[in-house]
Write a protein that binds this ligand. Sequence first.
Ligand code: ZN
Length: 512
Amino acid sequence: MLANVCTGAIKGIEGFAVSVEVDIAPGMPTLAVVGLPDAEVRESKERVVAAVRNSGFDFPTKRITVNLSPAELRKSGTQFDLPIALGILAASEQLSPEAAAKLKDLLVLGELALDGSLRPCAGVLPMLISCKDQRKTAVIPPQNVLEGQVSGAEFITPHTLKELADYLEGKAGESAVKIAYIPQKEEDVLPELDFSEVKGQALAKRALEIAAAGGHNVLMIGLPGTGKSMLAKRFPGILPPLTQEESLEITKIYSICNLMGKSKLLTLRPFRDPHHTISDVALIGGGSSPRPGEVSLAHNGVLFLDEFAEFSRSSLEVLREPLENGRVTISRAKETVSYPARFTLVAAMNPCPCGHLGDPLHPCSCSPMQVNRYKSRISGPLLDRIDLTVNLNPVKYTDWTKTSEGESSAAIRERVLKAREVQRKRFAGTPTTANAFMTPKQIKEFCKLPAGADDILEAAMRKFGLSARSLDKILKTARTIADLEQKADIETKHLVEVMQYRPLDRKGVADI
Ligand SMILES: [Zn+2]
């Protein structure tokens, strides 16, 4: 007998439909899975055998062939357990013809525990979205109910294989396989951390405001205790809200990584802060069954790299591709996958390995060679992709004792939103979402220099040894400052302000 069950798989962050064909024929008892399954899918066999037996069915002692079609695309994940088990029940005629006939209207996803109960699987949201047009009812594990809700697909959530079989046989009502979903009160709650709590550091706060307004990357350099991480953690609180489209895109990535929290759709921009000992694969994505890395989990949000110079050289080098293209491409022998990774980089580092270079209270214990080696870890090409560099000074006693609070995140965010609105209108109908992502053609069109500005830029090029790419960055950042002031044209003062944030040269961090 032959049976066919529809399921899904993931390529990149998109799902695609997979047809599970099960054939049972006389012969040596075997269970073979073909059609480019990876190791995870091949392990499914053991779970399916136990789950079928422990659900009160017989496991056929015959030659069973499972084909996953289309055969040319690699399949990974644990969602194949349930469709394979159902296919075996249908092909061995343990489901009635009426129940088996219902299979063609289902899209079945789920991992099986050995006792036949359903376990959650990764990537349910993108698979449901891509298969929605087929107008099938999805079968998903109860733990994936939020993703079912977000997808807008019609779905049921049986707890066990037996419960699903009973439902198909008409023995159980719909209530047995449907979860009554109680929507939680959803509010766009902004992080509680507020900029008003950070004393002093006006220049750094301004740099972060510009970064939020135009999507620019920032590097903060300062002594330990100057508030670098405090500032970075407050950065998401001044960012604009996610658009519906951005929200869905980032939620799909979290679904694939099995990181869906209690919320349905992610509404706040992600903030990821991996430790500097992170592996390249965890940072950028990859592995034998490729998964998105931290750069993709930070998509449409913030990637905060504290102790920037302590990251391995190879980790810093692999960051260049997403910083440049907003995507990462992972090539494997059999396939190439690509994940979105358009994030705002907020990096922080000490001025030297011991952290005290320029500290009036503690002497620095590093040799000049150690300091140079430390600075040169951040290579020129990487620095070129950082728009704003800001030195943080030790907090002055007068700032510390100030009783009046600094400006609140809400007030800063209001200016950011207005500047973003200007950009939304400017880039309407193009893929560009913020000034930082302008194409060379758009820079030419929207970043016209004021009279006399050529001299300033030329002087800056000589002084800092800037590359052509750095000049583009200066123009884009000046455009953002003009947008914050709601000015139609870039003025000389905007360019001068940008220059404050470039205390660098191509060889590394200078002027500390
Ligand atoms: Zn030092």
